[in-house]
Design a protein around this ligand. Structure first.
Ligand code: N01
Length: 502
């Protein structure tokens, strides 16, 4: 991978002042792409002490990515170092840190800068961080992620538990689990990875399951040496492999949105995987009563083996309350525990919150989003000029690695930025165009298995509609190939961007 360099044409261009919120996968990508264009006047404000977003926060035992590793990369930065089909969390963090370092993004990141608000002043934005500092910007891009507000369950007595207790995304590595009685609440993708990693370490693992999950069987196979060599030496091979994985993922993802053949094949694999659970009573406990793929599908080749180990007990009686010694289920039984872990997911609907955003005319984000998070194609918000989102509400999912999705969105936002800088304008999406897009996305989402499959999940918004655009990556690429400027109100900038550039 070569160092990016400025070409002279770019270096002469006007540079907008850009503030990016968040140094996760999207924020790093924006940094790389801005530097490629020679737009160096940007700052990435990161609330934590290091970059990496979800791969910084999630350090629980077994943390890994269930999307094939060679697909969970930027398309321009293949990683020949992957040694197995699926990558472990810390290795993914290293990959994204390495890209940020090689592409010169690190000096642009300011750590410990939690954005608490941003106000549009008629020409640009004043972005405020929790330490009271103000960052002026012509363009703001929120790359703050969707799954980073941990949900702690509202169970009576939860605070009274006497032993260590924490959410999976706040893992306390100082707590030694060997020989301990561990309680784990939740059975989503996180819990299933953690159970598989911990079943052999602890004396006993009580898995408190409110709803069983469908599990799609995957095998974490090593990448043979010759493939690693080919991947390192041949960019064409690396590109082809990436495209093949993308096509496979998209084909499987179409099962969520209506392709009956894809769905039948996928469903049968889940049914077959469940059948490997030998004890009929345990198998019955683990059998969902909703359609495959309604919740985000768990991808695992180890979960069913783990729950059959003698150390693991799947508890399906509802939790009544928690007390100092452990968890009491509705049948009155006290499950005594030494450590309690909450694998209870994230508030996916707190996007941008609790930031206070004030747009043109003093209109706040809370006002624009009073009913629903209204966006234009997930990347812009009515009343918020020159303010963009990456992986925003209703962003597509299910048929691609999120990295592929955000690459398309970033390219689109950069095209809008080119227009803003070239013509010195403010761009704000029309409310009508945003509503039309949102209604269309919601209608298609309602008819997907996420809407019709008969389950509860973090995909659903407060109206019960999946907050995910079911477009596939190929469809998204076609939709976002060129900006539809007619969907935006365009006004001349009161202050020349060029004169404000540092
Ligand atoms: O969270 P979840 P997650 N009492 O919301 C249960 C991504 N991810 O952290 O189903 C009892 O899926 C809840 O029960 P129920 C991926 O997008 C990716 O596992 O609501 N139980 C459920 O079982 C994923 O979808 C990877 O009945 C309670 C669990 O907690 C997303 O992150 C890996 C409860 C929450 O499941 C979130 O996954 C891991 C209560 N009061 C995660 N409250 C990859 O490999 C909640 N639950 C890419």
């Amino acid at each position: 991978m070569s160092e990016p360099h400025l070409n002279t044409a770019n270096a002469r261009r006007t540079e907008p002042r850009v503030v990016i919120i968040g140094a996760g996968i999207s924020g790093i990508l924006l940094g790389v792409k801005l530097r490629e264009r020679g737009w160096l006047n940007f700052t990435i404000l990161e609330k934590a002490g290091t970059l990496g977003g979800t791969w910084r926060d999630n350090r629980y035992p077994g943390v890994a990515c269930d999307v094939p590793a060679h697909l969970y990369v930027y398309s321009f930065a293949p990683n020949p170092a992957w040694r197995s089909r699926y990558a472990k969390g810390p290795d993914i963090w290293k990959y994204y840190h390495g890209v940020a370092r090689r592409h010169g993004v690190l000096p642009h990141i300011q750590y410990g800068k939690e954005v608490v608000g941003a106000e549009f002043d008629g020409a640009g934005w004043r972005v405020e961080t929790s330490d009271g500092s103000i960052h002026e910007a012509d363009i703001v891009i929120a790359a703050s992620g969707r799954l980073h507000h941990p949900v702690m369950p509202d169970i009576p007595g939860v605070d009274s538990f006497a032993g260590p207790k924490f959410h999976t995304s706040r893992w306390d590595a100082s707590v030694k689990l060997a020989g301990k009685r561990l309680g784990l609440i939740g059975t989503g993708s996180t819990a299933t990875q953690a159970v598989a990693a911990l079943a052999d370490q602890v004396a006993q693992l009580k898995l408190f399951q409110r709803t069983p999950q469908w599990v799609f069987p995957v095998q974490d196979t090593p990448v043979p040496w010759w493939k690693r060599v080919a991947y390192r030496l041949s960019p064409a091979y690396a590109r082809k492999y990436y495209q093949t994985l993308q096509a496979q993922t998209e084909a499987r993802g179409r099962a969520a949105t209506g392709d009956r053949d894809a769905r039948a094949a996928r469903d049968q694999q889940c049914v077959d995987a469940l059948a490997t659970v030998r004890d009929p009573a345990l198998r019955a406990k683990l059998t969902p009563n909703y359609e495959v793929g309604c919740k985000r599908l768990v991808m695992s080749g180890t979960f069913y083996q783990a729950v059959q180990k003698p150390s693991v007990d799947v508890v399906t009686d509802g939790i009544d309350h928690i007390e100092p010694k452990g968890v009491v289920t509705k049948d009155g039984r006290l499950h005594e525990l030494d450590v309690l872990v909450f694998a209870t997911g994230f508030d996916a609907h707190a996007y941008l919150r609790p930031m206070r955003l004030v747009g043109e005319g003093g209109v706040t984000l809370d006002e624009v989003w009073r009913d629903l998070p209204l966006t234009y194609r997930s990347i812009a918000i009515p009343n918020m000029p020159n303010f963009f989102l990456i992986n925003g509400p209703y962003s597509p999912g299910g048929s691609a690695s999120v990295v592929g999705i955000v690459e398309v969105q970033v390219d689109y936002v950069l095209k809008l930025m080119e227009h803003i800088v070239r013509d010195k304008v403010l761009l704000v999406p029309r409310e009508g165009a945003s509503l039309a897009w949102l209604e269309d996305a919601r209608e298609r989402a309602r008819n997907s298995v996420w809407g019709t499959g008969g389950c509860q999940s973090w995909y659903l918004d407060k109206t019960g509609t999946p907050s995910i655009d079911p477009s596939t990556l190929s469809e998204l690429k076609a939709q976002l190939a060129q900006p539809r400027l007619e969907d935006f109100v365009e006004r001349p900038l009161p202050v020349d961007v060029e004169t404000k550039a540092a």
